[in-house]
Design a protein around this ligand. Structure first.
Ligand code: ZN
Ligand code: FE
Ligand code: FE
Ligand code: ZN
Length: 267
């Protein structure tokens, strides 16, 4: 069995469909353990800098929690977990911590979407890739993803090699970057997300790559799965490929979360 722990909602301003529609697709696909993990309000910005097309607003957060709670009561055949996708922003850890500890979450997905102020996964900002030496860019990205893991803020590191999203890849081998990152993940006891959204973008590959996932397995880093659904049709998408990838890397079980506690489940 695989779980789908990464669903967005219309509150983030760039997703569509009702939350019930996500659940209907999950039911049709036979998923029994799922979770919403919408984008946290942009806690690191002043309110006049906040982009309503990137994340829910602060006032929407309680509504989000309440709707998940309501859907749990009306969809008793599916385990619906409450998650949140939380940007890792160096220097703002204390603010994130304060928000997260006050919420009744089952898990927190930690994401690196920004390097300095550049939203490198934003299709409108692709032109900035030209300004980088790609190997240097990858070093910079993975350094930040390791800092995210070490921060202790997150249960799961989302899309751990998101930097490949638009297909910009360095010429050189980056096995050592993967190895160093796997070691830090293991030391910080985070779980890593197998995220199938990579199949929908120019990268044309699940996050993480097979080479990276093999190292994560060697360092005994636990994994979970998610589609990063931004519309109902995305639910469970690419899960056949995810299953294959997990098998190739040697994984036999995935991680399940309850009130931020891990347990393991046979694939
Ligand atoms: Zn999104
Ligand atoms: Fe993300
Ligand atoms: Fe996401
Ligand atoms: Zn996303």
């Amino acid at each position: 069995m695989l779980v789908d722990y990464h669903w967005h909602t219309t509150r983030c301003g760039h997703a569509s469909g009702t939350m019930q529609e996500y659940l209907n697709v999950a039911r049709a696909k036979g998923l029994t353990e799922v979770g919403f993990a919408d984008h946290i309000p942009m806690y690191w910005l002043k309110s006049n800098k906040i982009d309503p097309e990137l994340a829910m607003s602060t006032t929407e957060l309680p509504e989000y929690l309440a709707e998940v709670e309501l859907l749990r009561r009306t969809n008793l055949d599916i385990n619906i977990k409450l998650g949140l996708e939380v940007d890792f922003i160096p220097g703002h850890e204390a603010t994130a911590k304060k928000i997260l500890t006050a919420l009744p979450l089952d898990y927190v997905l930690g994401s690196v979407h920004y390097l300095n102020d550049w939203g490198f996964d934003n299709p409108h900002l692709i032109h900035h890739y030209q300004e980088w030496d790609l190997l240097e860019l990858y070093h910079c990205y993975f350094e930040q993803i390791r800092a995210a893991a070490s921060s202790g803020l997150f249960d799961i590191i989302a899309h751990p090699d998101l930097i490949k999203k638009f297909g910009y890849r360095p010429q050189k081998e980056i096995t050592e970057i993967y190895r160093q990152t796997a070691r830090v993940f293991a030391d910080s006891e985070v779980c890593v997300e197998i995220n199938t959204a990579g199949l929908r973008v120019p990268a044309q590959e699940i996050y993480p790559s097979l080479a990276f996932l093999k190292l994560l397995h060697r360092y005994k880093v636990p994994v979970t799965t998610g589609s990063d659904a931004h519309k109902p049709e995305h639910v469970g998408q690419g899960f056949k490929e995810a299953l294959q990838l997990l098998e190739l890397a040697g994984y036999r079980e995935i991680t399940i979360f309850n009130k931020r506690q891990k347990s393991y489940c046979k694939i």
